[in-house]
Design a protein. Sequence first.
Length: 526
Amino acid sequence: MKYFMLLTFACFGLISCQKIKHPVSVVTNDTIELSPIDAVSAVAFDSLLLKDKSPELLRFYRYNQFKTVWALDSNRSALIESIEKIHEDGLDDSPYDLAGLKKNNDAYAKIADSEKVLTDILFSESFFKVSNDLYNGRLNPKKLYNDWDLDPKKINTGATMHLALENNAIEQSLDSLRPKNAIYNGLRSALKELRKLPDDSFDEFGTGRKIKINDSLPEIAELKKRLIYWGDLPAEENSARFNKATEAGLKHFQVRNGLDETGLLDKETVMVLNHNKAQKISQVLANLERWRWYPRDLGTQYVLVNIPDYSLVVVSNGDTIQRHKVIVGKPARRTPILSSKFSGLVINPTWTVPPTILKNDLTPAATKNRGYFASRGFTIYDNKGNVVSAQDWNPERASSYRYVQKPGKSNSLGRIKFDFKNNHMVYLHDTNNTNNFNKDDRDLSSGCIRVQNPFDLADYILKTENNPYNKSKLEEIVKTEKTQHIPLKKSIEIHQFYWTAWNSKDGIQFRQDIYKLDDDLAAKLN
């Protein structure tokens, strides 16, 4: 953070220096020209008081000439009020010493200058903490997961606080640090909505019996209580009879929770019906934190994958123009979280077996049956690039070979692959087994994402960058069964994210936490 370096040369050696006006919002630039905060009642203090504080806080006060900056009651009160509302973002206020802030603020006019200095430092530290929590999240995902490939967003916290104080705009400044997208705002609303619900006291719910219209089984009264509680059924529908309205309410509940819309009390539906208010709140808390980790700017044209929803959308200028089913990594081989840009398309791709699949799948199968290689179109190469026959293949040295699957209808990548730079050797691709798209649970791959109707996605990408290729030309190339690379020049971004809750016009949506991340994250968060 260098945001006062220009200030040192531009202002300190002059009698006066005209202030430059800046908008009150998050500052991401390392260097920004600002004048010291001018307060008549500022108290100067010794830099030794900051010896145990963060380097960023020390820089802030150094370039403000080691003088207090929180002299205005309106600024102090605004920070306190903002922290009191931080629970709306799913964060508790314990890291900010709210009690100390209130106590010192109430006595500010009467305390000695030495106490005002300590109060000033406390307010600055609290602003720094809440700013970073709102902008980058309270936790560091890279310390929690080895498949999280997003870097923290840059923030010049000192300059952000400087402008907020100078413009008497603490609340506006902190609000600018929150994610400005519909999903985050919807989750905040969902959290408020869930917290308003009365504490639930339902008994464990279960049934192995099928139900049909006009049944009046004992469990139907319990079912209606839960559907009414979650808002999927009107409150007046409280009889013990399973009628059309109850069936519709159950289907609505199933759709909201990503379940198969059967209107039946199947095993998966019963399991989710047994979730309580606390579990749903934890799920929302975890998702709010994740959205603080994600980039703020996803691009003008981008592809967004929601891993637990098994879905991919294409967005152009804020409008969703395509939607695709996808197959994602199984829990043992999770699809990584990342942002990148498409770099090229490969038609009729070959497939080189990655280490994990080689160890866990190919080697055991080929050891039992050497015909495995021919049946799946694999060519084996040694470390010098020479072709090795299946009979000469040595399973004890399996990792020393390279295994390449030829193009064609049996290729694991299907007929098209979408390349983008990443650290996990993953990509989007077609598949030679489209039947899996009919399954509800599609966490089946080894980390890459298989896309339904991938040539529609390719056609959009090519049209967006005015590429001479189009869908019909790609289909002609497919028929040749020869591999062809099509480089992409325009920056169309690809985001692979993980979120299991969001708000919509049809109510709060929840999806199965396929990688079992929500509960642990919510516990660590607060």
